[in-house]
Design a binder for this molecule. Structure first.
Ligand SMILES: Cc1ncc(COP(=O)(O)O)c(C=O)c1O
Length: 423
């Protein structure tokens, strides 16, 4: 029996899901531990791995990852608070927001939280502020966009020529200017790129990292010492959403990287990674209940409680982010008969709020459960209202966002708490 069905049956037995249940997100902590073990063993010991908190900011997930000995990459102040509250010490955190306020920068310099600069205006701020913190233990880098092109999903591709992230290396005389920027600032000891994302071939990711590594070598040679000690290669390893198979694996990526940029696998640099999706996606799934079913224009429709509010990407970009769904009877038995073309709908009040469209599924009935696979990253842990996220995250950090194994996210309760907190 699959772990998803096992968890569903357990949840039914313990009354964690019942007729009032809307949607529940479940994280498999054993799976998470196995994935982190795979990650560590795939790369050489000079690699230090962090988890991209944006992928799953639930506090107990972060505590688990912290205990598993990896660091945290955070991209917003709320994520930073969550990581700190989950026990990550400052030296295990890397702050990557492209919109850091002066207060964010001061916090990093003061507390020794490493960070990556996004642009030259931010650099000018740090030039001023670092005078107050000459002995900061924060390792500071510049995020560089190698501008190597897009993967299959343009909205999440970060290394296109016009991507909003980082310093555009191929524009005008930017390469020479960046070399001078490093030469003028002995405190710039790291360089960062995040060139991958879902839909990116491994070779394209490795190519972006190769461009950055060559640049680091050139800068160090020009300076005449190894000023750049750390290369941060980001995350971006794609995930297979079509079956239970883990592909590509961390080992496959490491092999391509080693082939393309062998120096990364020596002791010359400390190499940081920031995987999010590849660590969490396949270790999480959602259970939602079917409230109603009906037929419309020849299509069978099952209305559930998991839609755009917990599956934002799939609802808005269904072709790019298809997910697998399966139906279970109210006692947890897998439905196998009477297959019909089905739309699995969410509860939100717009037509495209669908978890799955035109999928062949055994006919669902009210009070059935639908399990949505591979949703441990960027799904139930990411609230629909992104504006609320930083404050929600701080709030969640104070309250403790989840219990140990089963993370209950009854939608109405969550929204109620957010609303109360914002008022
Ligand atoms: C700087 C940075 N690091 C890491 C990640 C995590 O990416 P993924 O979840 O694809 O591994 C992202 C994703 O947007 C990112 O922007």
């Amino acid at each position: 029996m699959k772990i998803q069905q096992e968890a569903l049956i357990e949840a039914i037995r313990h009354g964690i899901v019942d007729g009032d249940t809307t949607a529940i997100g479940v994280m498999d902590f054993d799976g998470l531990a196995a994935t982190v073990a795979d990650l560590k063993s795939a790369f050489s010991p000079n690699f230090y791995h962090t988890f991209a908190v944006k992928a799953n900011a639930l506090r107990n997930v972060l505590i688990k990852l912290q205990q598993l000995g990896i660091g945290a990459e955070v991209a917003s102040p709320g994520e930073l608070e969550l990581a700190v509250s989950a026990g990550f010490s400052a030296d295990r955190v890397i702050f990557d927001s492209p919109a850091k306020t002066k207060a964010d920068i001061r916090r990093c310099l003061q507390d020794g939280i490493s960070f990556n600069l996004d642009n030259e205006q931010e650099l000018a701020r740090v030039d001023e502020m670092i005078k107050e913190y000459p002995d900061t233990s924060a390792v500071i880098g510049f995020r560089v966009n190698p501008q190597i092109g897009s993967g299959k999903i343009s909205s999440t591709s970060t290394a296109t020529s016009t991507s909003k992230f980082g310093f555009a290396l191929a524009d005008g005389d930017n390469r020479a200017r960046l070399i001078q920027i490093y030469a003028d600032r002995p405190w710039l000891k790291s360089m960062h790129t995040h060139s991958g994302s879902q839909g990116c071939p491994l070779e394209l990711m490795a190519q972006g990292i190769s461009v950055i590594t060559e640049l680091c070598e050139e800068i160090n040679a020009r300076i005449g010492s190894q000023q750049i000690e750390r290369i941060d290669i980001g995350g971006g390893l794609p995930v297979n959403f079509t079956s239970d198979e883990v592909t590509p694996t961390f080992s496959e990526y490491a092999a391509v990287l080693k082939d393309t940029v062998p120096v990364l696998f020596t002791d010359k640099y400390q190499v940081k990674t920031e995987f999010g999706r590849a660590i969490a996606a396949k270790n999480g799934f959602m259970i939602t209940r079917v409230e109603y079913t009906k037929e419309m224009g020849g299509r069978f429709i099952a209305t559930t409680h998991a839609g755009a509010q917990v599956m934002t990407r799939t609802a808005f970009l269904p072709e790019s982010w298809p997910v697998r769904a399966e139906g279970y009877k109210p006692d947890g038995e897998l439905r196998t008969e009477n297959v019909v073309e089905t739309d699995v709908a969410g509860p939100c009040c717009f037509a495209a709020d669908l978890v799955a469209k035109k999928v062949m599924l055994p006919k669902l009935e009210p009070d059935d459960y639908v399990v949505v696979y591979d949703t441990g990253a960027y799904y139930f842990s990411n609230h629909f209202d992104y504006n609320a996220l930083p404050r929600l995250a701080v709030y969640a950090a104070e309250k403790g966002a989840s219990n140990s194994l089963l993370t209950l996210i009854r939608r109405a309760e969550t929204l109620g708490e957010v609303v109360n907190n914002m008022s």
